[in-house]
Design a protein around this ligand. Structure first.
Ligand SMILES: NC(=O)c1ccc[n+]([C@@H]2O[C@H](COP(=O)([O-])OP(=O)(O)OC[C@H]3O[C@@H](n4cnc5c(N)ncnc54)[C@H](OP(=O)(O)O)[C@@H]3O)[C@@H](O)[C@H]2O)c1
Length: 339
């Protein structure tokens, strides 16, 4: 048992992930929820416990974003802010949490685009890094889509030679709300609406939350000099013309030779399958399939964020690449004992 102060956490965005975090923190001795920021008038001013489906009130009411969030940062000690506020790109996400960083608060965001900005948007990475260092805080992205690469790299420990690596991330998204799937993935849109959105994103690369950072990360780690990456986005469409799944394929080449292949499938899978298949072509040949329960994507998103709290508090100040932060392991004890 520790007598240290509880870790003070606030949440930005009270949707599916945010509510799960509220329920989780409600049961913990070591974490104290001290604030929740949202934009929805139906949530502002109401108790976050009741809004999150708890039987009890938490005593914390929802703070209005923009108009009141600064007051919260100024009047309340917050060690970590968790940002899980809907679909956005890395730049927009940063703008939503900039004030928190400037108030000396560490931030973890669920935004998929905030994975390795040092590769995808070095200018933005550098801007965030300067602010973090000035205020002595740490910022990174975390979620179910940012944990696979570490497992792939770990699996090469026993390899003598490697020719190429490929994986398929097959994610059933039934556990997310319809709104979250539509806004974040385009699932639920008509094919025409999806194509329109894709075209808009192509003309504005800031809108893309692609997994392209992942190819570079694996290439760098394995010593492949990736000089070309080809990407293709395809859709699964039902008989009524509605998109119920997307597949992003990325292939990394070294002098014309395929070295890395990644398939990221997000789908309302009728069989609710959720798995990762990793293949390492080399000596020895490795083929591994990890099957998860269907709630994995949603569960792992809030779980990795929760498991990252000691890491964001302990790591050096700055903007950090999600793929190179330490493994944010599950820890069953009191987080204050490992800070
Ligand atoms: N990294 C990963 O692997 C991973 C995996 C899954 C999800 N995610 C991300 O996690 C985030 C949360 O997912 P979710 O399923 O919880 O989404 P959700 O159910 O749609 O919830 C998002 C919430 O954020 C609120 N919001 C949106 N913009 C806001 C703003 N400017 N200020 C305050 N609140 C705002 C929304 O409010 P309204 O009700 O007013 O719209 C909604 O309550 C999404 O960004 C998603 O892309 C990441």
């Amino acid at each position: 048992m520790t007598n240290k102060e509880r870790i003070k956490v606030a949440i930005y965005g009270l949707g599916g992930v945010g509510k799960e975090l509220v329920r989780d923190f409600n049961q913990r001795e070591d974490i104290e929820l001290v604030g929740v920021i949202a934009r929805n008038p139906l949530q502002i001013g109401h108790d976050v416990g009741i809004l999150s489906g708890l039987d009890n009130k938490t005593g914390i009411t929802v703070t209005a974003n923009q108009t009141k969030e600064q007051d919260l940062y100024e009047t309340t000690k917050i060690d970590v802010l968790i940002h899980c506020a809907g679909a956005n790109n890395a730049k927009g996400t940063f703008e939503q949490v900039r004030t928190a960083l400037e108030h000396g608060i560490n931030v973890i965001t669920a935004n998929v685009g905030t994975t390795d900005l040092w590769s995808s948007d070095p200018e933005l990475a550098s801007e965030i890094d300067v602010i973090c260092k000035e205020h002595g805080v740490t910022y990174f992205g975390q979620g179910s889509s940012q944990v696979l690469e570490k497992a792939v790299i770990a699996m090469t420990e026993g390899s003598k030679e490697i020719e190429s690596v490929s994986f398929m991330h097959h994610s059933d998204v039934h556990a997310y709300s319809e709104k979250s799937n539509r806004e974040t993935l385009g699932i639920g849109l008509s094919e025409a609406e999806f194509d329109e959105r894709k075209k808009a994103a192509e003309t504005n690369s800031a809108e893309l939350n692609s997994n392209i950072d992942s190819v570079k990360f694996i290439g760098d780690n394995l010593g492949f000099v990736i000089d070309d990456v080809k990407t293709k986005m395809s859709t699964y469409v039902n008989d009524s013309g509605i998109v119920f799944g997307t597949q992003e394929t990325l292939i990394g080449y070294e002098q014309g030779k395929e070295r890395i292949r990644e398939d990221w499938v997000f789908i309302l899978d009728p069989e609710k399958r959720y798995y990762d298949k990793i293949v390492i072509h080399g000596v020895p040949e490795v083929e591994s399939v990890m099957n998860y329960s269907p709630d994995r994507g949603f569960c792992t998103t809030y779980a990795t964020i929760r498991n990252s709290i000691p890491v964001v508090m302990k790591e050096k100040a700055g903007y950090l690449n999600s793929l190179t932060i330490p493994v944010c392991r599950w820890y069953g004890g009191d987080y204050r004992d490992i800070l």
